[in-house]
Design a protein around this ligand. Structure first.
Ligand code: BTN
Length: 305
């Protein structure tokens, strides 16, 4: 209903209550109740003698913003972590491309059990994926997500981001977005991969460590969290359905900030240092030590030296 009201209001400057009630097949009182709810949710809708006028819409990723995909979106104004809810949904057998999205997280988390600050204004979501791919290639999902996020941020806002292995999106070494995934698998069959993405959009990043930057600091264009999610979703779903995994590493390398740099990679148990020289076809980072020996790291957090 709300999606239809928005669509109608976007088609004309002013839309009468009569026209809305006919288009929606409900009474004018019911239309008015929906309009009131939407005003409370941040939609600036003026009610005048000729009808309703949409002045502005919030950028909140409400389910109805995603049209025919609305049923797949679980939106929360506040949540502990979108990863927790997504895990419950995935275990209960929800379909692929179910999305959990929140305006704020009280226990947002990053890789290696770090906290992910999740204040109002950022975009925080987890997408449940059920890819049919060999388990060994699963790390490519994160790399692919980083590539697609960078591509859509450039297309929407002209931001030229680079990628830090495995999947941070950076602008001038400041973090614009981070990606965390959780997977469940049996022998060689992936049950689900929950892909969690946090993007700094309008949130204040001044106190965030390591140094961070937000989309709205990098562009003059109007910025919308819902648009970022919708564009990422469309592109990433197409990529997963096409399943061309051999494309991922070359695309990632074309945008990499890590290759050629001296890095330290921290895993849960070890720290590896060396020059990042290449990425393997399964996404592992190849480090060259001072003595010329090479080793591959498949998981961890990377620090550019
Ligand atoms: C990292 O860079 O360490 C990964 C950060 C991932 C943050 C996102 S925000 C949405 C989802 N929910 C979480 O608690 N974490 C991920």
């Amino acid at each position: 209903m709300k999606a239809e009201i928005i669509a109608q209001l976007r088609c004309a400057d002013v839309v009468s209550g009569e026209r809305l009630s006919q288009a929606l097949g409900v009474s004018r009182v019911a239309v008015w109740k929906h309009i009131r709810q939407m005003q409370e949710l941040g939609y600036k809708i003026e009610a005048g003698s000729k009808g309703y006028r949409l002045r502005s819409a919030p950028d909140t990723p409400f389910p109805w913003v995603f049209g025919q995909h609305a049923d797949q979106v679980h939106y929360y104004p506040e949540i502990s972590s979108t990863m927790d809810v997504a895990m419950d949904l995935a275990r209960q057998g929800c379909p692929a491309f179910t999305i959990v999205v929140a305006d704020r997280q009280t226990k947002g988390r990053g890789r290696l059990q770090r906290t992910w600050q999740s204040m109002l204004g950022g975009l925080y979501f987890t997408m449940v994926l059920r890819p049919r791919m060999p388990l060994v290639l699963a790390p490519l999902i994160n790399l692919a997500a980083a590539v697609d996020l960078a591509i859509i941020l450039e297309a929407l806002y002209g931001i030229q981001a680079r990628l830090k292995w495995p999947n941070d999106v950076l602008v001038e070494d400041r973090k614009l977005a981070g990606i965390l995934s959780q997977m469940a698998a049996e022998t060689d069959r992936i049950d689900y991969v929950n892909l969690g993405i946090g993007v700094n959009v309008h949130n204040d990043t001044r106190q965030v460590q390591p140094p961070a930057v937000s989309v709205c600091q990098l562009t003059d264009r109007p910025v919308s969290r819902a648009d970022i999610l919708a564009h990422f979703w469309e592109r990433f779903e197409q990529r997963l359905r096409a399943g061309r995994w051999t494309d991922v590493v070359p695309q990632w390398k074309a945008q990499a900030a890590t290759l050629g740099r001296l890095v330290k990679v921290q895993t849960l148990y070890d720290v590896f240092e060396g020059r990042a020289v290449d990425v393997e076809e399964n996404g592992g980072l190849i480090l060259e030590k001072e003595d010329g020996r090479r080793l591959t790291v498949v998981y961890g957090d990377c620090f550019h030296q």
